[in-house]
Write a protein that binds this ligand. Structure first.
Ligand code: GTP
Ligand code: MG
Length: 173
């Protein structure tokens, strides 16, 4: 198909925020309660249709554990899009997300499309106290020109929407 646009996308964020779970939901519409930590990185693809165009996401799902931190630049270097993921119940993961946004803006492609993603929103709905205010994340997104979504890989809420919003910002060939 001549209307397929490939988009290299990288996921970054602290360990256990749910990067691999977001990808599993997006690619296979599935969820696992005890997903293994990613070692190094994983590569997956998924296509979405936007109008009469197809976007093929080539997804690099990086490992959040500190011992893999030095690998990240290899994966974001040529990326056209990034998901910077934090856990809405873990303030430290939001601080880490701020650092990733800054690093991408300094080191990645000019014009990279970045989505800030607050994952595990389902836990808040279950009554546990939210630890990262929606307003705080919205403010960062506004100031830095990021897309912003709160998602749940567990329920699937806003996962497809996040990728679609990125797809809609990709210049078509
Ligand atoms: P690393 O690969 O180590 O960087 O972790 P990761 O960011 O890929 O996290 P992963 O997807 O492995 O998820 C970590 C844990 O959080 C797993 O036990 C998941 O089941 C759980 N999890 C992921 N997303 C959600 C979510 O949206 N809601 C809830 N309740 N749990 C989630
Ligand atoms: Mg992972």
């Amino acid at each position: 198909n001549s209307n397929v646009t490939s988009v290299k996308l990288v996921l970054l964020g602290e360990a256990a925020v749910g990067k691999s779970s977001i990808v599993l939901r997006f690619v296979s519409n599935d969820f696992s309660e005890n997903k293994e930590p990613t070692i190094g990185a994983a590569f997956l693809t998924q296509r979405v249709n936007i109008g009469n165009h197809t976007i093929k996401f080539e997804i690099w799902d990086t490992a959040g554990q500190e011992r893999f931190a030095s690998l990240a630049p290899m994966y974001y270097r040529n990326a056209q899009a990034a998901l910077v993921v934090y856990d809405v119940t873990k303030p430290q993961s939001f601080i880490k997300a701020r650092h990733w946004v800054k690093e991408l803006q300094e080191q990645a492609n000019k014009g990279i499309i970045i989505a800030l993603v607050g994952n595990k929103a389902d836990i808040i709905e279950d009554g546990e106290e939210r630890k990262v205010a929606r307003e705080e994340a919205e403010k960062l997104a506004e100031e830095e020109g990021l897309l912003f979504f709160e998602t749940s890989a567990k329920t699937g809420n806003n996962v497809n929407e996040t990728f679609l919003a990125i797809g809609e910002k990709i210049p078509l060939k």
